[in-house]
Ligand binder design. Structure first.
Ligand SMILES: C[S@@+](CC[C@H](N)C(=O)[O-])C[C@H]1O[C@@H](n2cnc3c(N)ncnc32)[C@H](O)[C@@H]1O
Length: 288
């Protein structure tokens, strides 16, 4: 990996190498084998929330693909091509192993999701479930996703909620009190004991909305997800409890579409001088 990686990406790569050994490699097969698409820690079924676009025929890039179980589901549900990007070799090794075993034909690229070495306008859908959406700087990865998408391409991602972040203490464990300001929130350095220090990024809803808009997206959908009544704590991701997430939303999904570039040149019917177009004398066509 080139040393041009930001220092936080190097820290996060170490964390994900350890997490792969501790949990994600061993759990990948069960996730890849599922037919149903399920979101996040609480495994919310896509069939309940219907937030994804029609996947049939789409070329998809997953930014921070991990072991790529979500990419596998996107392919099973009709995507024509799924390319997973990740910085952690151990995660990509597991993804490749699963891809061979399940024969789904995904492709993988070891790269930083904030600067992907691929041409502009190559994909119809950019996607992240707790990948770039959590571990990359939104001021870098969202414009990068916009660059990689074709006009009218979509960006769909899951991340933690504002509420979860302001209720999380420095050790990442959640409480029922506000422990940090939302104002100015951007980079969060965690000092988790088990897998080592990591860095996440989180900006508020309104700041994220602005980043999306300035990057050329229009927001199509936004969902806040709670844990279901029968949820139990996740065996590995213990930064949030089921009890907490039954009362407050801990996960959210954003869906945005890249705007078409503004048409250049003269508008039909307008004179080059910029004077008002001549009024048509004909009546509007009858509505059928
Ligand atoms: C929670 S996992 C993603 C899980 C994924 N939804 C799946 O289906 O396996 C987060 C991943 O983000 C990756 N990641 C962290 N920083 C990254 C960066 N700057 N560029 C690309 N991937 C990154 C980590 O290596 C890790 O594999």
């Amino acid at each position: 990996m080139p040393s041009r990686l930001p220092e936080y990406a190097i820290r996060n790569r170490e964390v994900w190498t350890k997490s792969n050994a501790a949990y994600t490699a061993a759990s990948a097969r069960e996730s890849w084998a599922l037919e149903e698409i399920r979101w996040g820690v609480w495994k919310t079924p896509e069939s309940e929330i219907n937030v994804l676009p029609d996947l049939r025929g789409l070329e998809v890039i997953e930014l921070g693909c991990g072991t790529a179980y979500f990419g596998a589901w996107l392919k099973k549900h009709g995507a024509k091509r799924v390319l997973g990007v990740d910085i952690t070799p151990a995660q990509l090794d597991t993804a490749r192993e699963m891809n061979e075993e399940f024969g789904l034909g995904l492709e993988f690229l070891k790269a930083n999701a904030e600067a992907v070495p691929l041409p502009d306008a190559s994909f119809d859908l950019a996607f992240s479930e707790y990948g770039a959406s959590l571990w990359c700087d939104p001021y870098r990865w969202i414009p990068e996703a916009a660059r990689l998408l074709r006009p009218r391409g979509e960006l769909v991602f899951m991340r933690s909620t504002d509420l979860e972040m302001v209720c999380s203490a420095d050790t990442e464990h959640i409480g029922t009190q506000l422990t940090r300001p939302l104002k100015g929130m951007h980079r969060l350095d965690w000092s988790d004991d088990e897998v080592g220090p990591s860095t996440e990024f989180h900006v508020s809803h309104s700041e994220l909305f602005q980043i999306l808009t300035r990057s050329g997206f229009e927001v199509l959908d936004f969902r806040e997800l709670y844990a279901p009544e029968d949820a139990v704590d996740h065996p590995y991701y213990q930064y949030v409890t089921a009890e907490w997430a039954r009362q407050w939303p801990s996960e959210e999904v954003w869906r945005a579409r890249k705007r078409k570039p503004a048409a250049s040149g003269r508008r039909p019917g307008r004179k080059a001088s910029g004077t008002a177009p001549a009024r048509s004398r004909s009546k509007p066509a009858a509505q059928s």
